[in-house]
Design a protein around this ligand. Structure first.
Ligand code: URA
Ligand code: SF4
Length: 207
């Protein structure tokens, strides 16, 4: 089975993890992507935000949530009263998965499979063990399924506080929609307000 496990160092902090993740060959996604996009933020962060996988901009720059979805997320965090300095931001899958409609054309994001999410899970587990966040914000269905299993339905649990065991540790989680889903929504303002209102539940937990 695909797995990042043999690449994950058992010792060292986030810098050691990041360095090792750059060399991960745990699944085929590293082949076509530019680089590993590891999580960003301080080990002392109180909240961990978990997205799906890096997008085109993130793949080029090597940092999560620096593209359009990231811009929207930053604004929503500010509107919800969550200090970015308190947040560690990462993804369920650390390499960009994409297709091209035509050769040399724009790269189109493709959702990771359950196998790829499972393969990449040891990196997320290692980040959780190092950061030990007080709260996890689950951004969208893919991250939710990666963390909580395939029965996860974001519409059913968004904006609520869940207590679940994740990679062997008891965690508190607040799920919400993915910022990219807000960008795609027909009623973008309404979708944005929904995201902010869910993030306010997280902000309250951190207060
Ligand atoms: N979408 C994600 O899920 N993660 C990113 O880092 C960027 C876009
Ligand atoms: Fe490793 Fe995850 Fe990249 Fe696959 S997606 S190669 S498991 S870092």
């Amino acid at each position: 089975a695909y797995t990042a496990e043999p690449f994950v160092p058992t010792r060292g902090g986030l810098p050691a993890l990041r360095k090792a993740a750059a060399e991960c060959r745990g699944c085929p996604l590293h082949r076509d992507a530019t680089q590993t996009v590891f999580g960003a933020g301080k080990a002392t962060a109180r909240v961990m935000l978990i997205g799906e996988q890096p997008g085109d901009q993130e793949d080029r720059q090597g940092t999560p949530f620096v593209g359009p979805a990231g811009g929207l997320l930053d604004r929503a965090l500010a509107d919800a009263g969550i200090d970015p300095a308190d947040a560690y931001v990462t993804n369920a899958v650390k390499h960009f998965k994409f297709t091209r409609a035509e050769p040399r054309k724009r790269r189109i994001h493709k959702a990771p499979t359950l196998r790829e999410m499972t393969a990449c899970g040891p990196w997320l587990a290692a980040e959780l063990a190092r950061v030990e966040p007080e709260l996890i914000v689950v951004l969208g269905a893919t991250a939710g399924k990666a963390l909580l299993g395939s029965s996860f339905r974001v519409t059913q649990v968004r904006g609520t506080v869940l207590e679940e065991e994740i990679h062997g540790r008891p965690e508190r989680l607040v799920p919400t929609v993915h910022p990219s889903a807000v960008l795609r929504a027909e009623d973008r303002d309404g979708a944005y307000r929904g995201l902010v209102s869910d993030l306010k539940v997280a902000a309250q937990e951190l207060a």
